[in-house]
Design a protein around this ligand. Structure first.
Ligand code: FES
Length: 107
């Protein structure tokens, strides 16, 4: 379990527990976080879980795999160097204290 902060599109910061083995997308949608959809259920096929990852976590995460990089080409909001798909980031101790910012739109 890791406690992270998610900044919703309107600017509200939400504290969210991400259980080990869950993705950030799963925890956020189950927790009613605004601004993340996860339409494909986490199979890396919709890009509606786009998020911006803080600098520290970006350095600790494994690099995005080819399928994630491919889907990141289809995000609706601005793609940035720290853009990731929240369904591909699994809960672990490394997430603790991280801030994830959601884009202004997902579709
Ligand atoms: S939930 Fe569909 S790509 Fe992440």
């Amino acid at each position: 379990m890791a406690l992270i902060n998610i900044v919703e599109p309107a600017g509200h910061s939400v504290a969210l527990d991400v259980p080990d083995g869950w993705s950030i997308m799963q925890a956020a949608t189950a927790g009613g976080v605004d601004g993340i959809l996860g339409e494909c259920g986490g199979s890396c096929a919709c890009a509606t879980c786009h998020c911006y990852v803080d600098e520290r976590l970006m350095a600790e995460l494994p690099p995005a795999q080819d399928n994630e990089l491919g889907m990141l080409e289809h995000v609706v909001a601005e793609r940035r160097p720290n853009s990731r798909l929240a369904c591909q980031i699994k809960g672990s101790a490394a997430l603790a204290g991280a801030t994830i910012t959601l884009p202004e739109c997902q579709e």
